[in-house]
Design a protein around this ligand. Structure first.
Ligand SMILES: [Zn+2]
Length: 419
C-alpha cells in the first residue's frame, strides 16, 4: 500500500467537484483507492508517502470516440466540410491499413500518445481490415488500457477501395470478436461506420452477432443534418437514426455508444435512454468538419449519459483536456445564438470527461474510495504572483495546458511513465 500527497481534484457528480488542498490518497496493492482524506488515518501512519507537494492529482481521462487509423491526418484538411474531408483525405488514408507494417507503426505511436496525453480508457474505431485492427487491439491490451475496439463495417456508398461484401464483413467481424472476447483490457465492440454506409442486411446480421456474443455497439448517430435525413432515406419505415439500430437488434447489449448525437429527434433521445446508451460530444470535430454544435446542457438535463471524444482526425488534438474546454466554449456560443439553450460550466464538462466517461469501464474516472488509482499529476500551472486554487489549476490545464504539465501518470496504482 502507498500514500500519495498533494492537491486532489475529482468529480462526485456533474454538480460537485471535490477539491482537497493538501490531501492524501491511500492506494492498496491492487491499485484501488482505500481512502481519500485531509490527514493520514491512524492505521496508515507507517506507510511510505509519495509527496507531490503543490501539484494536483486528478483522475485520468477517457476518450469515448476516436479513430486510431486517422491519427496521421490530425490537424490537416481542417478547412474541408464532411463529404470532401471523407472522400479526399479520410477514406484514402484508411485504405492504407491493408498494410500491416503501416498499421503497426501508426498504432504504436497512437497508443503511446494517448497515454502521454493522460487518456487511459478509450472507445476506438479501427478500419475494415482485420489484421490491422488486431494490431490495434494488441497494442492497447499490452499497455493495459481499458478499451473497446471496433473493426469497421461498411458495405455501401463507400469508395471501391474501402467497401466490403456484406457476408465477408460479417464473417470478418465474427472472427474479430471471437479472437478478442477473452481479453483482459481491450475488448471488441461492433462498429457499423454509420447508417448511410451500411445496408440493412448488414446491420441486421450485426444485430445477430451482438446478441449471440453479448457485445455492444459504437457508431455515429445524427452527426449532421445530411446524415439525419440520409439515414431515414436509406431505410424504409425507419423514423430516425436510433430506430434503425433498434430494428436491427443492435440496442440490446451494452454498451451502446452514440458518437456526436447533435441533431436527435425526441425518439432518438427516448431510444438512447431506454438502452442506457452513452452519447459522446466531440466538440472540436463537429466544429472542424461536421458543422454542428450539440445542445450539451439540454442533453445533460434530460438525464442522458454524455461523455467526450477527441474524434481524431475530425478532431485535431488528442488530449481530452482541451475538449473539456471546448465543451464549455461551444455551449456559450450556442446559447448566444439560439433560444432555450443553457451554458455548461467547467464542473459539468470535467465530470463528462472523467467520471461519466469512465463509467463505461471498470471503476475509473474518479478518485473516490473503490476506484482504481488511474491518475495524473499536474504540475507547473500556478503563478507566484497569483496563487490559484486546485480546481482553478485544473481548469487552467484544460484551457492552457499541454502534455508538459502532466508530471506523472498512474494506471491501477502503477507509475507508468514520467516526463
Ligand atoms: Zn467519428
Amino acid at each position: 500500500m502507498r500514500i500519495y500527497h498533494g492537491n486532489i481534484v475529482y468529480s462526485k457528480n456533474k454538480d460537485e467537484l471535490v477539491e482537497l488542498s493538501n490531501g492524501y490518497i491511500i492506494v492498496n496493492d491492487e491499485g484501488i483507492i482505500e481512502e481519500v482524506s485531509n490527514a493520514i488515518p491512524e492505521q496508515y501512519k507507517n506507510l511510505s508517502i509519495t509527496d507531490f507537494g503543490d501539484d494536483v492529482i486528478i483522475p485520468a481521462f477517457s476518450d469515448l470516440h476516436v479513430h486510431a487509423p486517422q491519427y496521421p491526418n490530425r490537424g490537416i484538411a481542417m478547412d474541408k466540410l464532411l463529404a470532401d474531408w471523407l472522400n479526399e483525405y479520410t477514406f484514402p488514408l484508411e485504405s492504407k491499413y491493408k498494410d500491416e507494417k503501416y498499421a503497426k507503426e501508426v498504432y504504436t505511436k497512437f497508443v503511446n500518445d494517448l497515454v502521454k496525453h493522460g487518456t487511459m480508457h478509450v472507445v476506438v474505431f479501427g478500419t475494415i481490415h482485420n489484421p490491422a485492427t488486431d494490431i490495434l487491439v494488441n497494442e492497447l491490451e499490452n499497455k493495459g488500457i481499458q478499451s473497446y475496439v471496433g473493426k469497421v463495417n461498411m458495405d455501401k456508398d463507400s469508395p471501391d477501395y474501402l467497401i466490403e461484401e456484406t457476408d465477408q464483413s460479417i464473417k470478418d467481424t465474427e472472427t474479430f470478436v471471437k479472437k478478442h472476447s477473452n481479453n483482459k483490457y481491450a475488448k471488441p465492440i461492433l462498429t457499423p461506420r454509420f447508417a448511410p454506409t451500411c445496408s440493412f442486411e448488414l446491420l441486421k446480421k450485426l444485430g445477430e452477432l451482438s446478441n449471440k456474443y453479448k457485445i455492444g455497439v459504437q457508431t455515429h448517430i445524427v452527426e449532421s443534418l445530411w446524415e439525419k435525413e440520409e439515414a431515414k432515406n436509406c431505410f424504409d419505415g425507419c423514423r430516425c437514426d436510433m430506430h434503425i439500430y433498434k430494428e436491427a437488434g443492435l440496442l440490446n447489449q451494452k454498451p451502446f455508444i452514440a458518437a456526436h448525437f447533435i441533431f436527435p429527434s425526441e425518439e432518438d433521445i427516448k431510444l438512447l435512454k431506454e438502452c442506457n446508451g452513452c452519447a459522446v460530444q466531440c466538440p472540436d470535430a463537429t466544429t472542424n468538419v461536421i458543422a454542428g454544435i450539440m445542445q450539451t446542457g439540454n442533453i445533460l438535463d434530460k438525464g442522458i449519459n454524455l461523455g467526450i471524444g477527441s474524434d481524431i482526425s475530425a478532431g485535431s488534438y488528442l488530449g481530452i483536456y482541451r475538449q473539456v474546454a471546448s465543451v464549455v466554449r461551444l455551449s456559450k456560443i450556442k446559447a448566444f445564438y439560439e433560444k432555450d439553450i443553457r451554458t455548461v460550466n467547467f464542473k459539468e464538462a470535467f465530470y463528462m470527461a472523467t467520471k461519466q466517461s469512465g463509467a463505461l469501464f471498470n471503476k475509473v474516472g474518479s478518485l473516490e474510495k473503490g476506484y482504481y488509482f488511474d491518475a495524473l499529476v499536474l504540475t507547473d500551472l500556478n503563478d507566484s504572483f497569483n496563487k490559484l486554487k486546485p480546481a482553478e489549476l485544473v481548469e487552467r490545464f484544460c484551457y492552457s495546458g499541454d502534455v508538459t504539465n502532466i508530471k506523472s501518470r498512474y494506471m491501477r496504482g502503477i507509475l507508468i511513465n514520467k516526463d
